[in-house]
Ligand binder design. Structure first.
Ligand code: NDP
Length: 605
């Protein structure tokens, strides 16, 4: 293990002062309601009645057929699972997707300025397989969406896909050894296997600001951008905002991308900020195929593995991506629950010193770029690096030097006070706006299954949500679950994650396809014994790092359940994603039979 790097460690006095400042800033922001301060987005906010990209879905006859695999969700998780299954020769794979096309996050999120802040050459999956080489270091959203479509097309996933369709229930039929899949379009088809890939950022949320319903101006969430109102496209040119007073609530990773674009076209832009983001250098630039060695077979897989090693704290001979993610990799330890302790007594002190130095650099950048001292002071983040998701932009801070942009800082209080028919009230002052954009994020980790919107009934009609509530998460490797045969879950529960989530999803897709192939070859059911789940929980719990104290001291946000701390219990594999992927590979070669259950044995239970 290497200690986090620090060129200019703060003095003990500076450390003490920073700790105190962070504590004061945090205490001002913690709200007693925690995550309960948010509310769901509903049709009354205008944009959920129809899909903004296709309008009303075309009529079609309900389906009552049988497929090999049903995949719930057509984002990267579902697409990759489908692609990996098709490559293994599985014929009938049906992706069911709420949106009008493939893409998931990248289908719904098309706000101006949308890009991925993870390097395109490692974020876009299956570049080796599709032959596509991105042109820019950081891809615009539309390029990512088109790549999702490319993979789906090349994998033949369109043939059986159902779009503009939500799965409404999954019910295991013990006699037929099939899942019955019901949808909101009247389908009831059967599938031997079901893969859930419903995403972790799929449920947009709004702040529960008093009076939010009273606002009479135009409003929408960034994940349902209304180009009919603003004009323009993700590249900008929002001509509909000329002469308009626009407000934007939220300065997280989305706000940081969208605000410079709104600033260009709105007559006046009010940025309502509760907590400033840490905004680091982005360094967007064109990259040649030669630079990434794109002629070499397997170049993309090697590059993303290199990034994963670095951000997981593993040894790597070189840093191929060299951006602020890899530079700050040592500080991601608290962000991802991967095992880094090795008995080094000075680790926490070195870690804190590196953290303070990084945040000092980020704060200094604000003062260097923002000319008005009061605005610069309000844009400085006062918390530790891994408390909130870092952001990256070279356009965000300079946007506040424009005459038409006003930062309305809620001064470390609980946020916007209230809304009126005309606008937003902060500190007793009403800011009238014609349009209010909510860049207020998502109910992170809430999926159809965990919210109860998608009931899953396993063997003997047992409900998955009820089992989760009564016994907590119990899985083998995060994928399979006793009592729910042939159900494979993708996501971030009881496995290992990374900031490059599309890589994680691809490894999960490979694993899911291998599970299906193994069960087919042995004519077996996929279902771990309770003992296998116990053993996996033990593995996750045994070396689980204690990061609870760190998150308890953090400013509120979705990383610490709005100040409530991390949930208890073993929620992740503690040795990091590189080790997890190795473990899965070895398990597939040596132990996959562990999850295969004779159909007759299952019937006799
Ligand atoms: P976030 O949840 O990160 O941010 C929500 C914002 O809304 C915060 O600034 C929050 O303030 C603010 N807010 C919430 N309630 C209020 C209130 N009552 N008054 C004032 N402000 C309020 O959502 P994002 O959409 O920005 O990002 C979500 C995730 O999506 C990211 O963390 C990232 O994982 C992903 N993403 C990835 C991108 C990429 O390039 N890879 C780009 C965009 C998003 P506060 O901080 O005080 O809570």
């Amino acid at each position: 293990m290497t200690l986090p790097h620090c060129d200019s460690p703060p003095t003990p006095q500076e450390t003490a002062a920073l700790r105190e400042r962070y504590r004061v800033e945090r205490d001002r922001r913690v709200r007693p309601e925690g995550p309960g301060q948010y509310r769901a987005t509903t049709a009354e906010f205008g944009y959920f009645a129809t899909d903004p990209y296709i309008g009303e879905a075309a009529e079609r006859e309900p389906l009552h057929d049988v497929v090999d695999v049903a995949i719930v969700g057509g984002g990267f998780g579902g697409i990759l699972a489908g692609a990996r299954l098709r490559r293994q020769g599985v014929a009938k794979v049906r992706v069911v997707e709420k949106g009008g096309d493939f893409g998931g996050t990248w289908y719904w999120n098309r706000y101006p300025g949308i890009h991925c802040d993870i390097e395109s050459h490692i974020y876009l999956p299956m570049l080796d397989e599709t032959g596509y080489v991105p042109e820019w270091k950081y891809s615009p959203g539309e390029e990512i969406r088109r790549h999702a479509v490319r993979i789906a097309e090349q994998s033949g996933l369109y043939e059986d896909a159902l779009f503009s369709t939500a799965v409404t229930s999954l019910t295991w039929d013990e006699t037929a050894h099939q899942w019955v899949v019901a949808t909101d379009r009247g389908d009831t088809f059967r599938a031997t296997y079901v893969i859930t890939a419903t995403g972790t950022l799929s449920e947009p949320k709004l702040p529960g600001i008093p009076g939010i319903e009273d606002y009479k101006g135009h409003t929408f969430h960034t994940s349902r951008w209304d180009y009919g109102y603003t004009g323009g496209s993700p590249e900008g040119g929002l001509t509909g905002l000329a002469g308009k007073r626009v407000g934007v609530v939220g300065t997280g990773a989305t706000g940081v991308q969208v605000i410079p674009m709104l600033a260009e076209d709105a007559m006046r832009l009010y940025v309502f900020q509760r907590t400033p983001s840490a905004v680091d250098v982005r360094g967007q630039r064109r990259m040649t195929p030669r630079e990434v060695d794109a002629d070499r077979p397997g170049w993309a897989a090697a590059r993303r593995e290199n990034f994963l090693r670095i951000v997981s704290g593993e040894e790597a001979e070189e840093d191929l991506v060299t951006d602020r993610w890899t530079e700050s990799a040592g500080l991601l330890e608290k962000l991802l629950p991967s095992f880094r302790r090795d008995g080094e007594p000075d680790f926490e002190a070195a870690y804190e010193a590196a953290d303070h130095a990084t945040m000092n650099r980020i704060r200094a950048r604000v003062t260097a770029e923002v000319t008005d001292p009061a605005t610069a002071a309000a844009l400085q983040p006062w918390y530790r690096y891994a408390c909130k998701r870092p952001t990256f932009s070279d356009k965000y801070l300079p946007a506040f030097n424009r005459d038409n942009v006003v930062l309305v800082d809620t001064a470390g209080t609980h946020g916007i006070e209230r809304m009126t028919e005309r606008g937003v009230v902060v500190g007793g002052v009403e800011y009238e706006v014609d349009c209010l954009v909510f860049a207020t994020g998502f109910s992170v980790g809430v999926s159809g299954v965990t919210s109860g919107k998608l009931p899953v009934a396993g063997r003997d009609g047992v409900q998955l949500l009820q089992v989760l509530a009564e016994r907590g998460p119990r899985t083998l490797h995060g994928f399979t679950k006793n009592g729910f045969p042939n159900l494979i879950q993708l996501g971030s529960m009881q496995n290992a994650s990374s900031v490059n989530f599309s890589h994680i999803l691809d490894e999960q897709a490979v694993h899911a396809a291998a599970l299906v192939v193994a069960a087919e070859e042995k004519d077996a059911l996929l279902e771990p014994a309770p003992e296998a789940e116990d053993a996996w929980i033990d593995v996750c719990a045994r070396d689980a790092p204690d990061h609870a104290w760190f998150h308890a001291e953090c400013t509120p946000g979705y990383y610490n359940r709005e100040g409530r701390g991390r949930p208890n219990g073993p929620t992740a594999y503690p040795h990091g994603a590189v080790a997890f992927h190795d473990l899965l590979r070895r398990w597939r070669e040596e132990n996959i039979d562990e999850v295969l259950q004779a159909k007759t044995r299952a019937e006799g239970r």
